[in-house]
Design a protein around this ligand. Structure first.
Ligand SMILES: [Fe+2]
Length: 364
């Protein structure tokens, strides 16, 4: 399969990965042929594109680090957790606790699945809808954070704490006026100040409401602190920020940058990776940005790329030790002629040492 940006979708293409709508109901099943009307619908939901199957990409497998089913359940649990219960009543308290228990169980499962797939690089292409951005984003941040934590060799207990903190990192937003959160125009300074309070609100809410380890709510408090001390709310720097808080910060920024938002288009994974790497030692702990580059593919498998030679191909596999130089299947030459497919490993091939990727998904 390969990834096709929504603007390059055409009738007759065959969908390779099922699509769900905002209520997690199946929208288009794997194997369905794209028909007139589908394309606009897919774009309207906020998808950047979809995976399709064709002759040239039939042997390319895109593997997620967690199963679709578990991802959908996790998205639903965040959605539930973001519905505030009246804590002044016993039933409200009970419901809030039940919801957190479901989230805890799902985090345990996500940690186990990620540990099983620990050696794969994550091929994260944004598949979020506008309306459910926060919930999709929270789960992505959890998956990315746990992946970094696993690579760091954290214990299962630490990974659980990291997963819980990362999936709930923005829970404090339930205490912020929806009109400010959803405002499409530029925010005023006072509105920014209000939004920035969400990390403290989340900390207080989690600490006072649930029986969860301190490491979890401290990480929620610190997820917007920056390594150089210029973050918020307490301008903590370097190792004064907890390790879990530092990890969530990297994952949060990466996923936010790659997301389509109603007011701007998301960056490509390679562009977002460049931003993360450039901020190693500034916004982020450099040790973590290096691990991030080993685990997250800037050119995800199935992405269409243009090489500096002018040839076109599809990314087949990633090299974790050289993330900018994946293995590419070239099938169109620089003159635009179809050629018999050739596999090129940009890391190994000495003749191709100077070949780089210069464009992504710019044609289909
Ligand atoms: Fe946040």
């Amino acid at each position: 399969m390969r990834f096709i940006p929504v603007q390059s979708l055409m009738e007759g293409m065959v969908i390779a990965k099922s699509l769900y709508d905002i209520n997690q109901q199946l929208l288009l099943r794997e194997g369905t042929t794209v028909q007139k009307g589908y394309i606009e619908r897919i774009a309207r939901l906020g998808y950047q594109g979809i995976y399709i199957d064709d002759e040239i990409s039939k042997d390319i497998e895109v593997k997620d680090v967690i199963r679709d089913e578990l991802r959908m359940k996790a998205i639903q649990s965040v959605k539930d957790a973001f519905i505030y219960n009246d804590l002044s009543t016993l039933s409200g308290q009970k419901q809030a606790k039940q919801k957190i228990d479901v989230t805890k169980m799902l985090i345990t499962n996500i940690v186990e699945e990620i540990l099983e797939n620990k050696d794969t690089m994550i091929n994260l292409i944004d598949l979020k809808f506008f309306d459910d951005y926060t919930f999709f984003h929270s789960v992505n941040v959890a998956v990315l954070s746990i992946l970094i934590g696993a690579e760091l060799g954290l214990s299962r207990e630490q990974l659980f704490n990291l997963g819980l903190a990362s999936i709930l990192h923005d829970i404090g937003k339930i205490f912020i006026d929806k009109d400010i959160l959803n405002k499409p125009e530029a925010l005023t300074e006072s509105e920014y100040t209000t939004i920035r309070k969400h990390s403290e609100y989340g900390y207080t809410y989690l600490k006072n409401t649930f029986e969860i380890p301190a490491a979890v709510y401290v990480a929620v408090l610190q997820h917007h602190e920056h390594y150089n001390g210029l973050g918020y709310p307490n301008q903590k720097s370097k190792e004064d920020i907890s390790l879990l808080g530092r990890i969530i910060c990297v994952a949060d920024v990466y996923d936010a940058l790659t997301s389509n938002r109603p007011y701007r288009k998301g960056l490509l994974p390679s562009e977002a990776m460049e931003y993360i790497m450039a901020n190693g030692g500034i916004m982020f702990d450099i040790k973590l940005t290096k691990i991030f580059a080993r685990k997250v593919a800037p050119y995800p498998v199935g992405t269409y790329v243009r090489l500096s030679t002018g040839d076109l191909g599809i990314v087949v596999k990633n090299n974790s030790e050289a993330c900018m130089r994946p293995i590419v299947k070239v099938f169109v030459d620089k003159y635009g002629n179809k050629v018999s497919p050739q596999i090129i490993d940009l890391k190994e091939d000495r003749l191709l040492r100077n070949v780089t990727i210069t464009g992504v998904n710019d044609i289909a």
